[in-house]
Design a protein around this ligand. Structure first.
Ligand code: NAD
Length: 315
């Protein structure tokens, strides 16, 4: 069984490659290393069933031989990244998704789209169910990501409805864990980095906005449950354990054994006020529920960052 993982050298993609390799799948990891790095999968290089191919999904894409599964994860994902690469993000969400779907259809493979809770925008419904259509500003700065993913969902659905493609859409909520980049701009790596270095922990706005954070092992379990079945989704995968950003900052500070002060800074435009998945569909259709409590997942992540930042500071 062969799988193609686009964005396979990124944070989530690298775990998917790893888990598929462990299950004896032959894995082709396709990435242009825009926001990911071969370092994330270097432990897989040399395994006979793992291959890494440097390629831009928005260009010509060809994979010889049979493919049973295409996991489409290529896309900048952190706000800092997609604001730095706005056109690239729109291109990979649109043209890249078209190419990945074309590949899946040509091979008769199952196709899994990595969508996002950001399709719900700044939600007017809480928690967010898959039936909610979202509240996205189409010309706001975040639209390059949100609208690219909404378009990708539409394209995936059209391939399913009009071309008979076997597709699944997963709406991933904030996921964290080892291999996130310390400077990727997302809240958890930023807070951990600041806490470990004794720098002020910068919380945006007044810190009352909420997020629901899911440990990477749980997220990957949910994604694979979708990949190995035939459920079309969309399905929310995330941990409904919601907390304010101020509380998250305090928890990370405590777990890191840090005495960093908490500093409130400007909130970015169109930043969602609340975020919590309704995971009923995932439980009913995939038998999935998150298992790792925030304290446990954050502890593991902090230890990884401690080692990672130690390496960085010696360079
Ligand atoms: P990431 O930035 O670590 O990984 C994305 C990967 O895609 C990178 O390795 C990057 O180099 C690659 N890529 C980007 N453009 C490409 C192109 N044109 N051709 C080939 N490769 C390209 O981000 P991540 O957190 O691992 O996110 C992976 C996917 O999951 C994304 O599609 C993202 O939207 C989705 N997602 C992630 C989260 C999360 O919390 N991590 C939440 C919701 C959705």
């Amino acid at each position: 069984m062969r799988a193609v993982v686009t964005g396979g050298a990124g944070f989530l993609g690298s775990y998917l490659c790893e888990r598929l390799v462990e299950r004896d799948w032959e894995v082709i990891c396709m990435d242009n290393f825009l926001t990911g790095s071969p370092r994330n999968v270097e432990h897989l290089v040399g395994r006979p069933n793992f291959k890494i191919v440097e390629c831009d999904l928005t260009g010509f894409v060809h994979v010889p031989g049979e493919v049973a599964l295409v996991m489409h994860f290529a896309s900048a994902a952190s706000p800092a990244d997609y604001l730095r690469y706005p056109i690239e993000t729109l291109r990979v969400g649109s043209i890249g998704t078209l190419h990945a779907l074309g590949l899946a259809r040509e091979k008769g493979a199952r196709f899994v789209l990595a969508s996002t809770s950001e399709v719900y925008g700044d939600p007017l419904e809480h928690p967010q169910k898959e039936t909610y259509w979202g509240n996205v500003n189409p010309v706001g700065p975040r639209s390059v990501y949100d609208e690219a993913k909404r378009f990708a969902e539409s394209l995936t659905t059209a391939y399913r409805e009009s071309r008979g493609a076997d597709t699944g859409i997963v709406r991933i909520f904030n996921t964290y864990g080892p291999r996130m980049r310390p400077f990727d701009g997302r809240a958890i790596p930023t807070f951990i980095r600041q806490a470990l270095r004794g720098e002020p922990i910068t919380v945006t706005g007044d810190g009352t906005q909420t997020r629901s954070i899911c440990y990477v092992d749980d997220t990957v379990d949910g994604i694979l449950a979708l990949a190995f079945g035939d459920f079309p989704g969309p399905v929310n995968i995330g941990n409904p354990d919601e907390m304010t950003m101020a509380d998250l900052a305090k928890l990370i500070r405590e777990l890191a054994g840090s005495d960093s002060p908490i500093e409130f800074v400007d909130r970015p435009a169109d930043d969602p006020r609340v975020r919590r998945p309704d995971t009923t569909v995932a439980a009913e259709h995939l038998g999935w529920r998150p298992r790792v409590p925030a304290e446990e997942g954050l502890r593991r992540t902090i230890e990884w960052f401690r080692a990672e930042l130690g390496v960085l500071s010696r360079r």
